[in-house]
Design a protein around this ligand. Structure first.
Ligand code: NDP
Length: 291
């Protein structure tokens, strides 16, 4: 395959983190991030570790709070309260999914919006969808960043986002709308999915169904962003897009792994710095910046 078609998320994220590290060093700010992990979901453990490693590399102070799987809602809320109060912690991320007995929405709503680096608090969701400054979810922001590497102006482009989760699909559709794309949001009840996908100049798959998007879903020359992370029986990870089947049709495509995943983490670190700056400017939690 023509490798120039690949949007190398790994490299782009590395370049992004380098710039971020320089900015953090020059700013004199010490951004602090707390990751809350409840239980022992193997994928979540890996994600939390990856976040920790990337954060340390760019100069974000990171703490992983690993709570037992059977933690009560009160226990998690107490930790969130404590982190909300702390002046050296600017960003709080609740690693999803949480165990079944916990309601993630209740927990997210207790994170101070200004520290909500995942952009999932209703205040941030409302601001973002209203086009106001907000904390924006990391994966959609990472997707948009990757798309803009190859299509700097999205004005008038036809975008199709498959998936409408609060974490990825829905906020990404809003971001693309704000870029003046014409956006179609598809989901599990969508009829004639391949036909709809074939209209897309920009096609994003954020579904969680391996190889749902095949050659019959691609308009020639489309830019394809594959958000899906699906673990196969052989232990390998694959995306929502059948890469081999579509690679000759697309103009650009993200691989899985090495596409959206690394950008998500880079954007989390960006949001942590943004939160630290916001808290400095707004006079909230000034202590880390005082002499
Ligand atoms: P969710 O399960 O929350 O949402 C999946 C969405 O896909 C839903 O809107 C669902 O529709 C839709 N859907 C399911 N089946 C179909 C189908 N057959 N046809 C069309 N639409 C369908 O998942 P997430 O949004 O959280 O994640 C999606 C994928 O992205 C997963 O593989 C996840 O692991 C991955 N992911 C990757 C990240 C990264 O950094 N690379 C970060 C976050 C997620 P409906 O609403 O009707 O149920």
């Amino acid at each position: 395959m023509d490798t120039t078609k690949i949007i190398d998320g790994k490299q782009i994220a590395a370049d992004f983190r380098k710039k971020l590290a320089e900015e953090i060093q020059q700013s004199g700010i010490s951004p602090g991030l707390a990751v809350i992990l409840v239980g022992d979901d193997p994928a979540s453990l890996i994600y939390a570790k990856n976040k920790q490693k990337a954060a340390q590399e760019v100069g974000v102070n990171v703490e992983v709070h690993h709570l037992p799987a059977l933690s009560s809602e009160r226990m998690v809320l107490d930790l969130i309260d404590e982190l909300n109060e702390r002046t050296d912690i600017h960003g709080i991320l609740l690693q999803l999914p949480v165990p079944m007995h916990l309601n993630p929405q209740n927990l997210i709503e207790c994170i101070m919006p200004i520290k909500d680096v995942d952009g999932l608090h209703p205040v941030n969701v409302g601001k973002m969808t209203s086009g106001l400054p907000a904390m924006i979810p990391c994966t959609p922001m990472g997707c948009l960043y990757l798309i803009k590497q190859v299509v700097p102006s999205l004005v008038g482009k036809q975008a199709v986002v498959v998936g409408r989760s609060a974490l990825v699909g829905r906020p990404l559709a809003h971001l693309l709308l704000q870029e003046d794309c014409t956006v179609t949001q598809a989901h599990s009840k969508t009829k004639n999915l391949p036909e709809i996908c074939r209209q897309a100049d920009i096609l994003v798959a954020a579904v969680g169904v391996p190889h749902l998007i095949g050659a019959d879903s691609i308009k020639k020359g489309a830019v394809v962003i594959d958000v899906g992370i699906n673990r196969q029986e052989n232990g390998k990870i694959t995306g929502d897009v059948d890469f081999e089947a579509v690679k000759d049709l697309v103009s650009y495509i993200t691989p899985v792994p090495g596409g959206v995943g690394p950008m998500t983490i880079a954007m989390l670190l960006f949001n942590t710095l943004k939160a630290a700056k916001n808290q400095k400017e707004k006079g909230v939690n000034l202590a880390p910046y005082k002499e």
